[in-house]
Design a protein around this ligand. Sequence first.
Ligand code: NDP
Length: 282
Amino acid sequence: LLLLCSIGVAFIAVRWSATSFNEESLKGARVLVTGASTGIGEQLAYQYARLGAQLVITARRGNVLEEVVRKCKEMGAQKAFFIPADMASPPDAERVVQYAIEQLGGLDFLVLNHIGPSPYSMWNGDVEHTRWLLQVNFLSYLQMAQKALPTLEKSKGSIVVVSSLLGKICGPFTLPYAATKFALNGFFGGLQHELAMQKSNVSITICILGLIDTDSAMEKIKGYINMTAYPAHESARHIVEAGASRQPEAFYPWYTFYACLFRDWFPYFRDLAIQNSYTYNP
Ligand code: NDP
């Protein structure tokens, strides 16, 4: 066990130290960020803006996006545009990528981050909601990726997928959401292999996040679980760095890496710990 732990620590040290990130490399980079009206997506837009990128942002609420675009320009974005779109509507996903390519004259980063609202509660048997959420949180990601891939291939670009620890480890109260995140990890993890086998220029970064202090997440978990939420702007910085340094997988905060590493070692105790960390009165 000690030997395994030592190897693990050495591996992690190499992994972290291998991350190289040149902020200058993002100056003028052409970036499309989805779900950028609030939360982590909004913070992602500000991080790219601060580094002088050219941005297109999207979400459903145009009036909120307009304000984010204004701030992005103030913060140093070379260009910033917005396009309202609803990812529940399949044509919207491709329309957004087309718009970004036209406005920016190509694309270097496709940052897939949006999620549709989903209740935080025991599964009530509603299959239709899961079908709808799969379109918003999963299928639209595939549509946008396929539309952007030829352009990203030309620019040696990157797809950044914002995923979750709940797409790696099962938990209660978020079944439809978790299903979409498991689907994302499975699909884009497989696509990483296929692109490598085709010697593609495109990198894919899958970001595994723990609890982040966005308004929507904080509102959902209230009364269910008491755990530390990490700052959205920090998570956004990690995501931007991981994408720019073409890491295949990124973890934020630190405990998500260990949770994934040790996930299957002691399943009985893992499940006990998960079930006992929530407040639930049947
Ligand atoms: P928020 O709920 O704060 O933001 C979601 C974004 O998606 C908003 O900009 C929203 O804007 C947009 N959106 C919602 N529905 C649609 C739709 N139908 N079509 C297009 N856009 C839509 O989410 P977070 O910032 O908390 O999460 C961002 C990412 O981080 C997600 O992928 C999430 O899974 C991941 N994550 C978050 C964690 C957390 O604790 N916060 C933990 C682990 C992962 P609008 O309403 O204007 O459409």
